[in-house]
Design a protein around this ligand. Structure first.
Ligand SMILES: *[C@@H]1O[C@H](CO)[C@@H](O)[C@H](O)[C@H]1NC(C)=O
Ligand SMILES: *[C@@H]1O[C@H](CO)[C@@H](O)[C@H](O)[C@H]1NC(C)=O
Ligand SMILES: *[C@@H]1O[C@H](CO)[C@@H](O)[C@H](O)[C@H]1NC(C)=O
Ligand SMILES: *[C@@H]1O[C@H](CO)[C@@H](O)[C@H](O)[C@H]1NC(C)=O
Ligand SMILES: *[C@@H]1O[C@H](CO)[C@@H](O)[C@H](O)[C@H]1NC(C)=O
Length: 823
């Protein structure tokens, strides 16, 4: 018997080395089914398959998840659109016709089935790659595999793309919400129209694209190159166009997924922190949003004006352009006279335009590419397809979605008219003679030598000082000698250290002219570094002894956080008596500066207000659940929301924030009480804070942004008039739109949407913390068409016993001594 089996096995491997089609523990056979509650584990133990309920849902789905990751992370769902209602009746089995199917109890109609032409001798097996396959025991080839039906995640070995022969496509479709895996709005697909992937909402609105494949990576994601752990490959043949990513080390758990808000992430499981670390998300900065600068525009997120026009073009609508709306794009300054002196200008390091209207010819080199483009007057630009210079893209028509990179990207040649060509020649050439050139060369060499020696000297000096400074930082923050470090402290030391001198110079010795205001624990100054970058410097008041804790808190926390809606820290400086934090400079000041000023608030139309609200929501959501830590900000308010040049909101001031442990949902502090209108009742009265107290503050902020009015702190001042009460009265009286700041916003705004925002705002400020939505459901409601619960009465009336005299004795000074616990 044993002998027979071995002989069979040898025979099998002889005919098909990779054959996996024989029954083992990780299989479902016509005689062995899988009930709800059972799990099937792949033979290396990497993946598991079974019934599950996502998030808060009660519905049952069959899915595959990482078996060794404690936080259940589903990578594939079979019956995403046809769940089973209860957890007692689901069965996964091979049916009479040999298809894998999910049945609800004894019902004879499956809720889901593989629906392929099959045979009775099939088995179904979960491979250790995470691929669920259906195969014929007698033949050994796959009749069906889950890798052919991706849901919202790609794991190692999976393909996305399009089969040109069969029309079969492998695309990702987002979940509807974290609780609902059914098909959501967002789709990422590589469908063969162009050698690049597009992320779109619905079937037509493009949100982001990867840029074309350049031989090594996607042209629009220069950081994503193959390395010693990950390998990317791209196939573009007559049969198929596809992208595959493989992880070379199968003990590293890694996934690419599309979330329900339409963001595409790359995440890796970190065993040390026991969290998914997201190290890539798209669309990231403003320039990654498809067509941000319109047709023939070019986007550069390092510039104050992110949009500019390609050479030879000018803004179509200069007014909109000045208002920083580049979406209408650019038009030619002068018309082309084909072949009459026009030519090409080179743009370096760009994300190439949308290749949907490009002709791709991999057999041409760059010279032939130029000739092909030059000879056809409707060709607007060309470039090499691959970074090694091979292949040709030639565009016919609009050049859309060009982005400038500082590193990476490719050269793009744009067709321009004779005048533009002449002007650019004059610019770049100047009037050099040979003699001058030689002289210049000599000067450059001498200059370089001097510079190198100077750098060498400075570098050595700075190295010494930098170390000393880090040492001081370490001491201040953790009271640790350098030998004792852990990951926590190390993250903080990634922070660049500025030396005092350069900051003194940058801020003109903290000149009063440069003072921007007073932040959480000291004054904030504007500064300009020697190479032109503008910064904001927060300087801890000297000798006061106050605020050291907030300072520590902020350094430790913010160094680890990175999100486009959080203000970014550039470094710190600790020298002598000085303690300072250096941030990116926000030219549009803080939200309260604009919002509560009658004149200035007129510059905020509904679209801007909406974007600000959504930006804040994403920032808070990131703090609450997407960052590596779970953070409660505790001090969300209009003055802590800063606006960058494009009016993107960025949350600042983490002096009060707290890190929450994995399961901790609420904490207590006995040193609160301020008259802030942003404080939830449980926080103001009992000192209880949680993510729901942040949600409350967010709700207040939302209502303020819509109404242009400030909420007064109702626990301390005259509570007769406050914004929440006002909003509630209008809402329950059926007149929510009267809340809107009509002076500033006029009357032309989408009423339904505004009403929805108000409703969500009121939900967030409900009296009971449990009634308030989480930040992710609030964000989801704001961004999607969905049913929104009716709010209960919010917190504006003191319904609980509350002893004023007792708590009002706590002063604001005491408040500033809350610290991070558990260190
Ligand atoms: C399903 O079939 C089993 C076994 O035949 C039986 O015991 C059970 O009562 C049936 N359930 C339903 C809901 O019909
Ligand atoms: C390819 O995918 C898209 C989006 O999921 C779908 O609309 C289309 O029908 C698919 N095409 C084929 C041939 O399956
Ligand atoms: C795979 O990754 C694990 C965990 O990071 C590491 O310990 C191991 O050495 C790696 N194996 C290979 C072959 O690189
Ligand atoms: C130029 O290219 C367009 C678009 O591919 C094509 O339709 C047209 O025939 C070409 N014209 C010439 C003169 O080759
Ligand atoms: C090119 O862009 C213009 C302006 O946005 C648009 O009207 C036109 O339809 C575009 N042409 C094509 C072929 O997409």
């Amino acid at each position: 018997m044993d002998c027979c089996l071995i002989a069979m096995l040898i025979l099998y491997s002889f005919f098909n080395i990779n054959n996996v089609c024989f029954a083992t523990d990780d299989t479902i056979t016509p005689n062995k089914l899988l009930r709800d509650g059972d799990t099937l584990v792949s033979n290396g133990g990497t993946y598991a398959l079974g019934f599950f309920s996502p998030g808060n849902s009660q519905k049952r789905y069959v899915g595959i998840w990482f078996n060794k990751v404690p936080e259940q992370t589903v990578v594939w769902v079979a019956n995403r659109n046809n769940p089973i209602d209860d957890s007692s009746s689901g069965v996964l089995k091979v049916d009479r016709r040999g298809n894998l199917a999910i049945f609800n109890g004894n019902s004879s109609n499956p809720v889901w089935s593989t629906s392929v032409i099959s045979s009775p001798s099939v088995i179904c097996k979960l491979l250790d790659t995470g691929n669920l396959v259906l195969c014929d025991q007698n033949k050994g080839d796959f009749l069906w595999q889950s890798f052919d039906y991706p849901t919202h995640t790609i794991i190692s070995g999976m393909k996305t793309g399009f089969n040109r022969k069969t029309g079969f496509n492998w695309s990702l479709t987002s979940w509807k919400s974290p609780d609902d895996p059914s098909n959501g709005d967002f789709v990422l697909r590589l469908d063969g129209r162009a050698p690049e992937s597009f992320l779109s909402k619905g079937s037509s609105v493009i949100i982001w694209r990867t840029g074309p494949w350049n031989g090594q990576t996607w042209n629009g994601i220069p950081l994503m190159t193959s390395n010693f752990i990950f390998h990317y490959s791209f196939i573009n043949s007559l049969d198929e166009i596809s992208f595959t990513y493989t992880s070379k080390n199968n003990s590293i758990f890694d996934r690419l997924y599309l979330d329900h808000l339409g963001l595409f992430h790359r995440a890796t499981w970190f065993e040390d922190t026991r969290r998914w670390n997201i190290f890539f998300s798209a669309p990231g900065d403003a320039c990654e949003h498809y067509g941000k600068c319109g047709v023939f525009g070019s986007c550069n997120s390092n510039n104050a004006m992110i949009c500019s026009c390609l050479p030879g073009f000018e803004p179509k609508s200069p007014i909109a352009w000045d208002l920083k709306d580049g979406s209408q794009g650019c038009v030619r300054k002068r018309s082309l006279f084909c072949g009459n002196g026009d030519g090409f200008l080179k743009l370096e390091k760009v994300k190439l335009p949308d290749t949907s209207n490009a002709r791709v010819d991999m057999s041409l080199g760059i010279k032939e590419c130029e000739i092909q483009c030059r000879n056809n007057c409707s060709c607007t630009g060309y470039s090499s397809a691959y970074v090694d210079g091979s292949g040709c893209f030639a565009w016919f028509g609009n050049l859309t979605d060009v982005k400038e990179f500082t590193e990476g990207g490719q050269d793009l040649f744009v067709r321009v008219d004779a005048v533009e060509l002449e002007e650019s020649k004059r610019h770049s050439k100047g009037s050099f003679t040979k003699k001058k050139l030689v002289l210049l060369c000599v000067l450059v060499v001498v200059g370089l030598l001097t510079l190198i020696s100077a750098f060498y000297y400075l570098f050595n000096r700075a190295k010494g000082r930098g170390l000393a400074c880090k040492e001081r930082l370490r001491k201040l923050l953790f009271d640790l000698p350098s030998s004792e470090t852990n990951d926590e402290t190390n993250a903080t030391f990634e922070l660049p250290v500025f030396d005092l001198n350069s900051i003194v110079v940058a801020t003109d010795n903290f000149s009063i002219v440069n003072k921007l205001g007073t932040g959480g624990f000291g004054s904030v100054y504007k500064g300009k570094l020697s190479y032109g970058r503008e910064i904001a410097v927060k300087r801890l008041s000297k000798n006061s002894g106050q605020g050291v804790t907030e300072f520590k808190n902020e350094v430790i926390l913010i160094a680890k956080l990175q999100h486009r809606n959080l203000v970014q820290i550039l470094g710190c400086c600790i020298e002598e008596e000085e303690k300072m934090l250096v941030y990116e400079y926000m030219p549009n000041k803080s939200l309260d500066f604009l919002l509560f000023d009658q004149t200035r608030s007129t510059s905020l139309d509904w679209a801007m207000r909406r974007d600000i609200i959504l930006g804040i929501a994403r920032g808070v959501l990131y703090l609450h659940q997407d960052s590596r830590l779970r953070i409660v900000h505790r001090d969300l308010k209009a003055s802590n929301v800063l606006l960058d040049a494009e009016m993107n909101p960025k949350i600042s001031d983490f002096g009060m924030a707290r890190i929450f442990g994995g399961n901790q949902t609420q904490a207590n502090t006995n040193r609160v009480i301020s008259c802030s209108g942003y404080m939830s009742p449980e926080y103001a009265m009992d000192g209880l804070f949680s993510i729901k107290s942040d949600v409350f503050s967010f709700g207040v902020l939302l209502l303020e942004i819509i109404s242009g009015k400030k909420n007064t702190g109702f626990y301390c001042e005259d509570p007769s008039m406050n914004l929440i009460k006002h909003a509630w009265e209008l809402w329950s009286g059926g007149r929510p739109l009267e809340l809107v700041d009509h002076c500033a916003m006029g009357t032309s705004f989408p009423q339904q949407e505004v009403v929805k925002f108000i409703q969500v705002g009121i939900l967030c400020v409900q009296e009971q913390a449990n009634d308030r939505p989480t930040m992710s459901s609030a964000t989801f409601m704001l961004c999607n068409e969905t049913t929104i619960p009716n709010p209960k009465q919010p917190a504006f009336i003191l319904t609980r016993n509350f002893n004023f005299s007792n708590s009002s004795s706590a002063s604001v000074n005491e408040m500033s001594t809350t610290i991070i616990e558990g260190r």
